[in-house]
Design a binder for this molecule. Structure first.
Ligand SMILES: [Zn+2]
Length: 116
């Protein structure tokens, strides 16, 4: 898999290997140094973890409610907050992913590598 780059100086595009992510590379046209952004994941691991904690807390909270409404209510609050947190992380991850897609679409590479 290749990463598409666009030079901020001469605005020409080219491909680099994935191993260059997180480092700087030189523009092949004008020798400008360009930072290679690591590819953005579609879903964050933190969001999945928080979602699992949220569901778990909601179920446990509901069960505890049968015996102790106060403690059970706290469990429900924790579960609800975790779900909201998970949702927010998802939204921000989506925004980052969407912006990355926009950047990729607006970058028109002049040269394509043969080995894709
Ligand atoms: Zn350049």
């Amino acid at each position: 898999m290749k990463i598409v780059l666009q030079c901020p100086d001469c605005h020409r595009g080219w491909f680099v290997g994935k191993e260059k992510a997180g480092r700087t590379t030189k523009c092949p046209y004008c020798d400008e140094l360009v930072y290679v952004w690591p590819s953005v994941p579609r879903r964050s691991g933190w969001s999945v973890l928080l979602f699992a904690i949220g569901i778990f807390s909601l179920i446990v909270g509901l069960l505890v409610c049968l015996f102790d409404p106060v403690v059970g209510f706290l469990g429900l609050v924790v579960g609800f907050q975790s779900l909201v947190g998970s949702f927010l992380i998802d939204v921000f991850t989506d925004i980052r992913w969407f912006l990355k897609q926009l950047v990729d679409q607006n970058t028109k590479p002049k040269e394509e590598s043969k080995d894709e």
